[in-house]
Design a protein around this ligand. Sequence first.
Ligand code: HAM
Length: 424
Amino acid sequence: MGKPHKSFAPPKGMRDFYPEDMLVRSRIFDAWRKAGKQSGFAEYDACVVETQDLLKRKAGEEIVDQIYTFKDKSGRELALRPEMTPTLARMVTAREGSLSFPIKWTTIAQCFRYERMTRGRKREHYQWNLDVVGCDSPAAEAEIIATAVAALAEMGLNREHYLVRFSSRALLGELLNALGIDHDHHAATFLALDKRGKISDEAIEDLLKKEGVDHETASKVFDLLSLHTLEEVSARIPDNSPALTEVEQFLSFAEAYGIRDLLKLNLSVIRGLSYYTGIVFEGFDSRGELRAIFGGGRYDSLLSDLGGSARTAVGMGFGDVVVAELLAETETDNATPVIEAVRVGFMEESQRTTAIQVAAALRRQGRTAHLALTPERAKNFFSQASKTGCNEAIYIGPDDIETGKIRIKNMVTREQREMDVGDL
Ligand code: HAM
């Protein structure tokens, strides 16, 4: 045995989940799973360890510098995944001959990033992913965002609490073309612009300069980011723009889903990952105080870039950290939620066997029974029943053994009903 640990905290940026934390986490996971299932997404999973080879991509992406890397004992260069998308692309490509596209897949993946620790950013988080592979139409974007919105509603959030900002890299690309910035420089320009707010505009201009963008054009590029209507955008690009048509279609689909009012065009939504090619989007709290709740977009070249067939894809990642902050902020009522469960307890050791029999019978009937493991005074027993949120409680004392009857107390209405022990 080595020296005893000095600290009982987890490594910096990692979280422990105590039972009360698990209540929150399960509520979020349950909402994700329910919404994914209701929209017909099929669940998949993979190991958290990936090869570094798969994850190393173009320079300029923050995420590449944040990867936790290690070598195994045979010298293989491995990593803890920072996101799920490369893994999804790998898995789809491995079976592309046998899958019937479009596919709709979902997973809840733990991801690791060595991030600077700020509010809403940890070094480990769980991320719900929704991806559609093989659908060219913006129907895929609308389907994904509608499903994310359904999960937020399932968590009890209402439409006043959040909004979805969207843009299109293809549309921004057309705007850059109109300013004379060649297509070859668009990817680097997007990544430079995504750093806005994180580094100074002068530093962004230096990055743009490397792409051949002079000072005057750079300020026009910055101006683009404040365009907020499709009319303003269409005035700056040639007629019959395919990117504009795609966005208009996307909005009409969103209308049909009943989520159009949540969508706000914002060209400063660029996304920090280089693989996005089309519509990009991010969910935010309406007060604008928190980091993005979720983010995603269309990535039509990633699968072929990794060596698969050319196949279009759209996806989204929705983390557990920011939405938990939003839930904590919007909920003033911190009372323990009432659950469908019976707490069963007893006064003295001599009633233990009956208590066990009662709990065992309830469990056989499919009920949830929280059985006390030590004798308790009535006051303690009922206070524990309330604390754990049980909706019913059965407390067995010496008199109950004599009469052969037990009393079932409804913890919400405080009403009691009696039952023969034998009837259980
Ligand atoms: P992302 O924007 O890097 O996208 O992450 C998606 C979401 O994961 C964020 O909006 C946030 O909720 C959460 N998240 C990311 N990093 C952290 C962190 N360090 N701490 C807490 N939460 C975090 C992606 O990862 C893309 N792979 C999403 C995607 C799927 N695109 C296509 N398919």
